[in-house]
Every structure is written in structure tokens, then in C-alpha cells.
Design a protein around this ligand. Structure first.
Ligand code: ADP
Ligand code: MG
Length: 156
């Protein structure tokens, strides 16, 4: 993976999410915690689109929607010969979150401390304080109507 990509179509952003998922689940987990990925950047930047590809890369068949009113959704990750490390995928969308404590009450601490979980958080900058220190950050910027800049900030 390069540190930075430009996509010109939603399908490219989706594909990038799929490739990223397949790469990231092969990496050795750093600690005893969940794999936490924080997405930040513009509204309409492609965070949910990226996540749709990400879920596909994990083998999840269900549709990933933009959960405007739902804060958190849990999906089962299928076990395959290549992947038996992670069991649950959490999609958390903090668009409507004003304070980190709003997601603390959802058992967020337990979710991000279980190494069987992958948690991807949209609008993660709103809850930065309670995300793991070793979270992977991905930034989405709108360059023009169809062009998106996607930057991986990986500190591993
Ligand atoms: P976010 O979750 O960051 O608010 P979404 O993924 O929900 O963003 O929405 C992105 C919007 O931008 C969609 O309407 C999509 O069709 C449009 N779009 C246009 N070009 C791209 C691109 N290159 N990548 C992703 N989305 C794009
Ligand atoms: Mg979104």
C-alpha cells in the first residue's frame, strides 16, 4: 500500500477499501487489543463507500449502509482458511456524536479491547480521546466532484 491514493470513481474507493482489508488482516496485531481504524475527513469524502469495500474484503455479504441514525452496527466476519483471527466487525459512525462519552456508554471500551474485533469508526476525530493509541487513521478529502484523496496514516 502507498501512503496516499487518488480515486476518480466510487468503485475505485470501494476497491481500495477491499484491498486494504485484505492487507490489514494479514498483519500481526500489535497488542492485545482490537484492530481499530479511524476514518476522518470531509462529508461525502467516501468513508462509507470505502467501508463497503472493506467489509467485502472481510467476506461480509451484508450491505453496509450509512447509519445516519444508527451509531453502531455489528457484523460477523466469516472464518476462512486464511482468516480465523477476527470474528466481529463493528461499523461505528460518530457523525451525530458530540462527546466521546456518548459512545463509551455503548460498551466501546470492551469492543476495542477484544483482539477478535475489528472496529472501523467514521468521524473518528470526534472521539479521538477514547480511541486506541495504536489506531490506524485514514483521511478522506474531496478534491472535486469525483476525485477523492485518501491518505493512510499508519503508525505500527
Ligand atoms: P462519507 O461517508 O465520507 O460521508 P460517502 O461514502 O457516504 O461519504 O459518500 C461519498 C459520495 O461521493 C457518494 O455519493 C459517492 O457517489 C460520491 N463519490 C464521487 N466520487 C467518489 C469517489 N472517487 N470515491 C468515493 N465516493 C465518490
Ligand atoms: Mg459516512
Amino acid at each position: 500500500m502507498k501512503p496516499e491514493y487518488t480515486t476518480n470513481y466510487p468503485s475505485q474507493t470501494k476497491k481500495l477499501g477491499e484491498i486494504f482489508a485484505k492487507k490489514i488482516i494479514q498483519m500481526k496485531p500489535k497488542g492485545e487489543n482490537a484492530l481499530v481504524i479511524g476514518l476522518e475527513g470531509d462529508l461525502g469524502g467516501g468513508k462509507t463507500t470505502f467501508l463497503q469495500g472493506f467489509a467485502k474484503g472481510l467476506g461480509i455479504k451484508e450491505k453496509i449502509l450509512s447509519p445516519t441514525f444508527i451509531l453502531m452496527k455489528k457484523f460477523k466476519i466469516p472464518v476462512t482458511p486464511h482468516q480465523r483471527k477476527y470474528m466481529n466487525f463493528y461499523h461505528i459512525d460518530c457523525y451525530r456524536v458530540q462527546a466521546p462519552r456518548e459512545i463509551s456508554t455503548l460498551g466501546f471500551k470492551q469492543i476495542i479491547s477484544d483482539p477478535k474485533n475489528i472496529a472501523v469508526v467514521e468521524w473518528a476525530d470526534r472521539v479521538r480521546k477514547i480511541l486506541s493509541k495504536d489506531a490506524i487513521w485514514v483521511r478522506f478529502q474531496i478534491m472535486n466532484k469525483k476525485r477523492r484523496k485518501i491518505t493512510f496514516l499508519i503508525r505500527l
